[in-house]
Write a protein that binds this ligand. Structure first.
Ligand code: AMP
Length: 467
């Protein structure tokens, strides 16, 4: 088996890796480290949880350590761009941990934190700067930072950068860094827009991929439960009561408001829960994350963007309370569980009007998400296309970079009080089957019109078996 030693890493890094208890490099590390050490540009197709941070941090540290030179005042030698402050903070922590015996300096620059402290940290120059694009450009425009001495540029989670509307900022940054540099580009997926962006950053890159494009993390055990929107809370409550294995559950909600409300309802129902999203202060976010990491809360409700970069080991379950309308986000979300070899489970709640999203996800991952039965489930009786006309492919972000206008905080119809429904017995006769556009919890028949009331597994939708 390949060892870190054989990849060409020096003693200070090997010592730090031993302290981290990393026995062997992960596949992305095996492939990427020698390329980065050789000085070539790299495009890495890797999902979160694969060890991609160390795949770039280790060789970057080694290269900076080999050619020790001072960055210069208000400058940096390696610049890492990340889409969120959480991810930026975690990347910086990784650089500090791996580089602890090298004596290189690392700083962060992201919004929501004091500008003054960052200015101070940058004043003498740093070896490694990890930044979000918006705050980085703030520093550049205030002349508290120059990018003229950047030797290595790293762009992490490029697909999220694009989703979050950072593309113009990235193009500007690309113009501010020297043309003569090494560039590393990481993304979980590579749709054409990302490939375009990569083309602007990289020169004759080597390409490494640890999973086929858009393939969902294999270790994640996935499931979907078809459920009425109004029954989703009861379903989550029931699952948490039924399954003690849901020890550390990350729940994705679509909106900040929805995330808050869900965390409150869970708390009222006796589950230790908190929420993490962009409207919460940095302190609140850090406290919630810490409580989740330490196991003081069992459920962390997060919005898509706030959850980026959350690196909590042993997330036992990811629950998609709302299905993402951008299928790539599904891959990212479920990548939050089953990190670094651990087993994990992802459960998606699919309301009738989300079935088109499920179909898109299955198309992207090229695998069906197994349907599981539950007393609160409904049958996916009608072909998804008849149920859910696609409204938008654009991400319905509720948290955006600050240059954009805030989006609506909530979907128009959400979380009416859950029906007082017995888990085992039907409360009333199901309504006659119709082809009305909106089918809801009343629909408890399978495609053949048979009633499906209790634990019977809803039938899979056969329509998506297209090439
Ligand atoms: P990443 O994909 O960079 O977010 O890393 C996911 C997790 O894997 C992090 O918690 C890392 O600390 C951990 N990790 C990275 N490389 C290794 C390795 N070679 N051995 C064990 N754990 C690792």
């Amino acid at each position: 088996m390949t060892s870190f030693d054989s990849l060409g890493l020096g003693a200070p890094l090997l010592k730090a890796l031993a302290a981290e208890n990393y026995a062997n490099p992960t596949p992305i590390q095996q492939k990427a480290i020698p390329i980065v050490l050789s000085g070539r540009d790299l495009v890495g197709l890797a999902q979160t949880g694969t060890g991609k941070t160390a795949a770039f941090a280790l060789p970057v540290l080694q290269r900076l350590g080999e050619t020790r030179r001072h960055a210069g005042a208000r400058a940096c030698r390696a610049l890492v761009l990340a889409p969120t402050r959480e991810l930026a903070a975690q990347i910086a922590d990784s650089f500090r941990a791996y580089g602890r015996f090298l004596g290189l300096s690392t700083a962060v620059a992201f919004g929501g934190a004091s500008m003054g402290k960052q200015v101070q940290a940058l004043a003498r120059g740093v070896d490694i700067l990890v930044a979000t694009p918006g705050r980085l450009l703030d520093h550049v425009s205030q002349r508290t930072l120059s990018l003229a001495n950047v030797e290595i540029l790293i762009l992490d989670e490029a697909d999220h950068m694009l989703d979050m509307g950072f593309v113009h900022d990235l193009r500007r940054i690309a113009q501010l860094v020297p043309a003569e540099r090494q560039s590393l580009f990481f993304s979980a997926t590579m749709p054409p827009a990302i490939a375009d962006l990569a083309g602007q950053f990289l020169r004759d890159p080597m390409r490494v991929a640890v999973a086929p494009q858009s393939t969902t993390a294999e270790r994640v055990d996935q499931a979907v439960i078809h459920v009425a929107q109004t029954a989703k809370f009861d379903l989550l409550d029931a699952l948490l009561n039924e399954d003690v294995a849901m020890a550390r559950t990350l729940v994705f909600a679509r909106t900040k408001h929805g995330a808050n409300r869900l965390a409150q309802r869970l708390t009222s129902a006796g589950h230790a829960a908190d929420a993490i999203h962009g409207n919460r202060s940095q302190g609140q976010r850090e406290r919630a994350l810490e409580a989740f990491k330490k196991g003081r809360i069992r459920v962390l409700v997060a919005t898509e963007i706030a959850a980026r970069g959350i690196d909590v080991e042993e997330v036992s379950h990811v629950v998609n309370y709302d299905l993402p309308n951008v299928p790539e986000q599904y891959v990212h979300r479920i990548g939050r569980t089953a990190r670094a070899g651990a087993a994990g489970r992802a459960i998606s709640f699919c309301a009738p009007d989300e079935r088109a999203y499920l179909r898109d996800i299955e198309k992207l991952t090229r695998q069906p998400v197994p349907v599981v039965a539950h007393a609160l489930a409904t049958a996916p009786a009608t072909p998804a296309s008849a149920q859910a006309p696609r409204q938008h492919r654009k991400p319905a972000h509720t948290e955006r970079p600050k240059q954009q206008k805030p989006a609506h905080a909530e979907r128009p119809k959400q979380q009416k009080p859950a029906p007082q429904q017995s888990k085992n017995a039907p409360a009333k006769k199901p309504p006659a089957r119709s082809h009305a556009h909106h089918r809801d919890e009343g629909d408890r028949r399978d495609r053949k019109g048979n009633e499906v009331w209790s634990n019977a597994a809803p039938q899979r939708n056969r329509r998506r078996r297209r090439a």
